[in-house]
Design a protein around this ligand. Structure first.
Ligand code: PLP
Length: 367
């Protein structure tokens, strides 16, 4: 048997015909920039996230950058993020001229350790940027409390957390602003690059709305320094159609995640799945576990020989990437964990047999 890491067949087939028809209608209308399809998606996504506003943008990396700018982050400010932030998270901070500071992570949940973040706060700290990795929200009670006490903005990296919640509230409605990616393999994925920001603040909304469109507040009235970071209508069409399946597809992911939990537990494997954050639900963008005995890279190779594709999110912390020359706050847990984590195949349409084969292959290799 062969189990791919990701297979998009089901989620493409769900909308393929309707998508092609809608794109044909777009060609007939001959209007291609910031169309009604984009506005319809923005309304729908704001509603899904229980946020007052949404602005569709070009990709998740740009969503993060615009979110930071609109919360007032300036050169020289410090923004605390987590040791296992993604490259785009850190790049967005650097683009504003601010300085990223890295808080270590919790060894069990792999989410930001709030006490470590607190230790980094100083007079230059202006924001905290939790990354809701793998589909699970961070401890937003702890982060909100920290932000409140030190008057920090909260910008959430929600790129892997569509429909994830903390205390029953969707991540896009937590903090000052949420930044989403709709990269094709995400839980809500476009057919190319796309992203969005969600917020309850009218001020942040208006600023991002203008900045993503070269700073224009009306035709030829450029009130802000802006960029071309608009959401493309062809992507908005895909997103509007896919949105109809998001709940059903999220249920399928959760079901597959719970099945791995059960199989790993029954097989008594030396593998420790990411633990649940109290108060958070997990939408299983990725199923991540730590290899407790076997070398992770050897494990990946052996699984591949058995036909099982896996991945690592992420093998090298951003502060150790060659391009990065900012402060390298010590993150010993992250350093250790980045060598142990492995992401197992999980996608909408993965079968029970495929999941059982993954566990059988793990069993063969590990025991
Ligand atoms: C956690 C995280 N942040 C940011 C991004 C950047 O999103 P994009 O690729 O749409 O720019 C991604 C996805 O690639 C991501 O997974």
């Amino acid at each position: 048997m062969r189990v791919p890491f990701v297979d998009l067949t089901v989620v493409i087939d769900q909308i393929k015909d309707a998508y092609l028809e809608a794109v044909t209608r777009l060609l007939d209308k001959k209007h291609f920039i910031l169309t009604e399809e984009v506005e319809a998606f923005e309304r729908a996504w704001a509603q899904k996230c229980e946020a007052r506003y949404c602005v569709g943008v070009s990709c998740g990396a740009d969503a993060l950058y615009l979110a930071l700018l609109a919360t007032g982050i300036k050169p020289g400010d410090e923004v605390i993020t987590q040791g296992n932030a993604y490259n785009a998270t850190v790049t967005a901070i650097l683009q504003t001229g601010a300085v990223p500071r890295f808080a270590d992570i919790d060894e069990d949940t792999l989410t930001l350790d709030v006490s470590k973040a607190e230790a980094l706060v100083n007079e230059k700290t202006k924001a905290i940027l939790p990354v809701h990795l793998f589909g699970q929200a961070n401890d937003m009670a702890g982060i909100s409390d920290l932000a409140k006490r030190h008057e920090l903005a909260i910008v959430g990296d929600c790129a892997q957390a569509h429909l994830a919640e903390f205390d029953g509230k969707p991540v896009g409605a937590l903090g000052n602003v949420g930044a989403f990616s709709f990269y094709p393999t995400k839980n809500l994925g476009a057919f190319g690059d796309a992203g969005a920001v969600t917020t309850d603040s009218e001020k942040i909304y208006r600023e991002i709305l203008a900045r993503r469109n070269l700073g224009q507040v009306a035709k030829n009235d450029h009130q802000y320094f802006g960029f071309n970071m608009r959401l493309d209508p062809v992507q908005a069409i895909a997103l509007n159609l896919k949105l109809q399946y998001l709940e059903e597809n999220t249920m399928a992911r959760k079901d597959a995640g719970a099945y791995y939990d059960k199989l790993i537990d029954q097989a008594d494997l030396p593998l420790r799945p990411v633990q649940k954050v109290k108060g958070a639900n997990h939408v299983y963008h990725l199923y991540v576990a730590q290899s407790l005995q076997m070398d992770r890279d050897d494990l990946i190779k052996s699984l591949l020989e058995l036909g099982v594709e896996t991945a690592v999110h992420y093998p090298v912390p951003v502060y150790k990437q060659p391009f990065y020359d900012g402060p390298k706050d010590p993150c010993p847990v992250m350093d250790e964990v980045s060598g142990r984590i492995i992401s197992l195949p999980l996608f909408v349409g993965i079968t029970r047999e495929q999941q059982e084969y993954v566990i059988e292959s793990l069993n063969k290799t590990l025991n």
